[in-house]
Design a protein around this ligand. Structure first.
Ligand SMILES: [Zn+2]
Length: 324
């Protein structure tokens, strides 16, 4: 039962019930509602500022996990990038130096990678981490470019190496007869008194003394340009090694290779003799570079140790009479 309030009426000297007006009742209700709404809004605000909804907090946690994964991926990408730079360094500073070729210009290695414009789409998506994401994509692009250039560079190095191998095999690089004991080199290269002509003459090769019939070797890969009997050289073989190099082997008892024949380094091509203008059995050996005779002693490192080579140089300095 609703409580009935009374008041004391001084005119009637009686307690009479209080009758509330409709307006007062309305104002009371409105007041109650206003306080309730303000309280409710306050509670909602407090909740929103202090507590994260479960769904949203799950998303936040997932987002944090993804960021950690992304950073790990970035670290791995950076390591791959550093490794690619090491390969570039070895390529330019070691392989290309050995092969005597120019390093790849920086403009080629690093040119043609897109800037920020390429990733406008990503930037427009207004992602919180768009700078980080674009940075990763750019690094990935640079790495792809580096690896592409590096792979092309290795193709070039491979073909250069094949060419160099061919050149190294062709270069006259051993002694033309077996001379391990270093007793065969008889005379030196250059101006010497000629024993038969009795005059000073340029001796354009080296003489190796050896018994008749001692095998004579081709000193590098090449092609026999001629083998014939000459009045001065006797039985002689001319070999063209390419790359500007030629060799000549004179005074042979016989030659066993003919014009146009391909020869390999170390192949027996004839035998020591004393044919032509010769004093005693020996091999007269010449090396020419671009048609000019050069001292063959510069080419014997390959089959000698450093000590042996120095000893051979000493021997070559001794004054002896050429056997021609
Ligand atoms: Zn000679």
């Amino acid at each position: 039962m609703a409580k009935i309030r009374y008041y004391y009426n001084t005119e009637t000297c009686k307690y009479e019930p209080i009758k509330a007006s409709k307006r007062a009742v309305f104002m009371n209700i409105m007041g109650f509602l206003s306080v309730s709404i303000v309280l409710a809004l306050g509670l909602i605000y407090l909740y929103r500022t202090n507590f994260t909804p479960i769904k949203e907090s799950k998303l936040l946690a997932k987002n944090q996990d993804l960021q950690v994964e992304w950073n790990l991926l970035n670290d791995q990408l950076q390591r791959a990038y550093d490794h690619a730079e090491e390969l570039e360094f070895k390529d330019d500073k070691i392989y290309r130096v050995i092969l005597d070729t120019e390093p790849i210009p920086l403009t080629v290695r690093e040119g043609g990678v897109g800037g920020h414009d390429k990733y406008e789409g990503l930037m427009e998506e207004d992602l919180e981490q768009s700078e980080m994401i674009v940075g990763t994509f750019q690094k990935m692009d640079k790495l792809k470019k580096k690896l592409y250039i590096q792979s092309k560079s290795y193709d070039q190095i491979s073909s250069l190496l094949s060419e160099k191998e061919k050149m190294w095999a062709s270069r006259p690089a051993i002694q033309p007869i077996n001379n391990k004991e270093l007793t065969r080199l008889h005379t030196t290269f250059g101006k010497r008194y000629h024993p038969i002509l009795k005059q000073w003459k340029n001796h354009e090769g080296l003489d190796f003394t050896a018994p008749s019939g001692t095998p004579v070797y081709a000193t590098g890969d090449g092609v026999v340009t001629s083998s014939y009997r000459s009045s001065t050289y006797g039985n002689v073989i001319f070999i063209n090694h390419g790359y500007g190099y030629q060799t000549r082997y004179a005074h042979l008892t016989e030659y066993i290779v003919n014009q146009g024949e391909g020869v390999k380094r170390g192949q027996v091509i004839g035998y020591v003799g004393s044919t032509g203008r010769s004093q005693a059995p020996h091999l007269h050996y010449e090396v020419l570079f671009n048609y000019k005779p050069i001292n063959p002693i510069n080419f014997f490192q390959r089959d000698l140790s450093n000590d042996e080579y120095e000893k051979l140089i000493e021997i070559s300095k001794q004054e002896t009479i050429p056997l021609d």
